[in-house]
Design a protein around this ligand. Structure first.
Ligand code: PNS
Length: 162
């Protein structure tokens, strides 16, 4: 069996920062499954299907990347996929505490699944889906932050607001 990593997140929507992590991860692992969390506690801008479609479109040139979604605990999903790793991007020190907690609890739940962190490319260190939505909501350009089709999707979502 080859190495399979799950790259989990909300991806609401996918940014150039996410794609940097997925692309680099795809060079290290035999397969990367980008898994969109269907989180009922959050009020997302894009539906799970829309988020998956944007991910499919923006990763279509990377043959070993697969797009999926999950509910519930990440570790259960990782096991169900026969994956042995979780990959995450770290942007700044502020990410560290939360990610340490997540990686520790996931290791406690299953010590055979390892979490790998990649330092985000410096040019995306300030970037998050929330920041992108905040900018797009007021119709300012986000072309340096997200792929073109994501910018277009944001434009449509916010067309009649503000
Ligand atoms: O993009 P996000 O919202 O920062 O991603 C967070 C995500 C999806 C990685 C995290 O919330 C997660 O793994 N959720 C699944 C529930 C879970 O397994 N929690 C950890 C154990 S309590």
């Amino acid at each position: 069996m080859g190495s399979i990593a799950v790259c989990p997140g909300s991806f609401d929507p996918v940014t150039l920062g996410h794609l940097d992590i997925v692309t680099r991860g795809s060079k290290v692992f035999d397969k990367v499954i980008v898994a969109v969390l269907n989180n009922r506690n959050k009020q997302p801008l894009f539906t799970v299907e829309e988020r998956m479609e944007l991910l499919r479109e923006t990763t279509k040139d990377i043959p070993n990347v697969e797009i999926d979604h999950f509910n519930g605990l990440l570790i259960d999903y990782v096991k169900q996929k026969n994956a042995n790793a979780i990959i995450k991007g770290l942007r700044a020190v502020s990410d560290f505490e939360y990610e340490l907690q997540m990686a520790s609890i996931n290791r406690k739940l299953d010590e055979n699944i390892e979490t790998f962190f990649m330092m985000t490319n410096n040019k995306f260190s300030y970037l998050s889906s929330s920041i992108v939505k905040e900018i797009a909501k007021y119709h300012a350009p986000v072309s340096d932050l997200v792929p073109d089709i994501v910018e277009e999707a944001l434009r449509k979502k916010y067309a009649f607001s503000n």
